[in-house]
Design a protein around this ligand. Structure first.
Ligand code: NI
Length: 393
């Protein structure tokens, strides 16, 4: 093994890694319900001889690879949950669970981490320290990472840093999206209830039209992006849901607007919370209506440590050469609960291209998402190489 590059080892494991992914893909489970999934993962890690803990924060799995030599502890993180979508890929290994699909690539994240675990098991004698594999539940919306941290996953042994990958159809296979600092945005939730007063559609002056008020609120809010935000500071406000009224000739007394706000820095996040609330209330009041605003902070921005990004680049360079490194010009406006771990410990979270052979046609969270599975053994090799470098220093 010593004389073999990890890429060669990964190539020899390619079929096994793809088989993991396809199996997991067929049995997708939603957040905190990853029972079949976590059992599969735990069993495989036990077979490798790792020390496995099941049932962490519900369905989470933590596995320790001890080298027997004192040294640092590095965590490799994968997420296990699927999305509530009906798969429409028509693939032979498509989801067998009606209404659930691995459409965010978490099946691939698990397969890469399992592949890395196998590779590192073979290398344990040349390493010093501990590898902690974290398979967390519920990345989508529910913040499984926070539950894992509360369950003590960053302690005993104390984690010195953490790495992870996200499949990325926008990048071609063989490329890794890399960025120091913020790589993904925060994700905050807005819920605005506009209250008017019901009335007959023929006598609007006797009611307060919540639909008209909500329409004004909706368009006013975009001004916070176009006129109040620094054009160089990325921030997004998307209101994806609006509900109100029941009958065409009745003035609606209530409209609910819900949406998401994404930002890459903390001050902007705070400012948006204040201004969305103020503006919605003021505009509604101007229409004789009232807006009740509920604004909740969700995932924080995912911030990569500069030194850990350099380690990541070294690992990539060693395996694939400079051309595998794709520097990202700006942060993605998607969010990740990986952010929570990286509030506590330094880390590197990279995007891994899966857009080879026409596979980048559909974005993540799409019912026809297909990935280039060749990327998976590249990802596994990268994870293993990073760990190998880190635990040798
Ligand atoms: Ni995801």
């Amino acid at each position: 093994m010593n004389n073999m590059s990890l890429l060669q080892v990964a190539v020899s494991l390619e079929q096994e890694i793809v088989a993991h992914r396809r199996h997991l893909h067929q049995y997708p489970e939603l957040g905190f319900q990853e029972f079949i999934t976590s059992e599969y993962v735990a069993e495989y890690l036990e077979q490798l001889g790792l020390q496995v803990q099941r049932g962490v924060a519900g369905t989470g799995v933590v596995a320790l690879l001890e080298t027997g030599q004192p040294g640092p502890c590095i965590a490799v993180r994968a997420d296990m949950d699927a999305l509530p979508l009906r798969e429409q890929t028509g693939l032979p290994y498509a989801s067998r669970h009606e209404g659930a699909m691995h459409a965010c690539g978490h099946d691939g994240h698990m397969a890469m981490a399992l592949g890395a675990a196998r590779m590192l098991t073979g290398l344990r004698r040349e390493l010093a320290g501990t590898v902690k594999f974290i398979f967390q539940p519920a990345e989508e919306m529910l913040g499984g990472a926070r539950h894992m941290i509360d369950a003590g996953v960053l302690e005993s042994p104390r984690v010195d840093g953490i790495i992870g990958l996200h499949l990325w159809p926008d990048l071609p296979t063989g490329q890794f999206g890399v960025k120091a600092g913020t790589i993904m945005a925060s994700m905050d939730h807005v819920d605005i209830m506009v209250h008017g007063r019901a009335g007959h559609g023929a006598a609007p002056h006797q009611g307060v039209d919540a639909i008209i008020a909500a329409a004004q609120v909706l368009s006013a809010l975009q001004v916070l992006i176009s006129r109040e935000s620094d054009p160089a500071d990325a921030v997004v406000l998307s209101m994806g849901s609006i509900h109100g009224g029941s009958i065409p000739n009745i003035i609606a007394d209530q409209v609910e607007i819900r949406g998401t706000v994404r930002a890459v820095n903390a001050a902007t996040r705070e400012r948006m919370r204040t201004r969305v609330t103020e503006l919605a209330q003021a505009v509604a009041a101007g229409m004789n209506a009232r807006a009740d605003v509920r604004y909740e902070f969700g995932y924080p921005p995912t911030v990569n440590d500069a030194k850990w990004v350099r380690y990541a680049e070294e690992a990539l360079r060693g395996l694939y050469g400079e051309e595998a490194i794709h520097p990202l010009a700006h942060s993605q406006m998607t969010s990740e609960d990986m952010a929570y771990y990286m509030e506590h410990v330094p880390g590197a979270f990279l995007l891994i291209g899966t857009g080879g052979e026409g596979k980048g046609k559909f974005p993540l969270h799409h019912p026809e998402l297909a990935i280039d599975e060749k990327a998976l053994h590249y990802g596994a090799a990268y994870l293993a190489q990073f760990v190998r470098n880190y635990l040798r220093e």
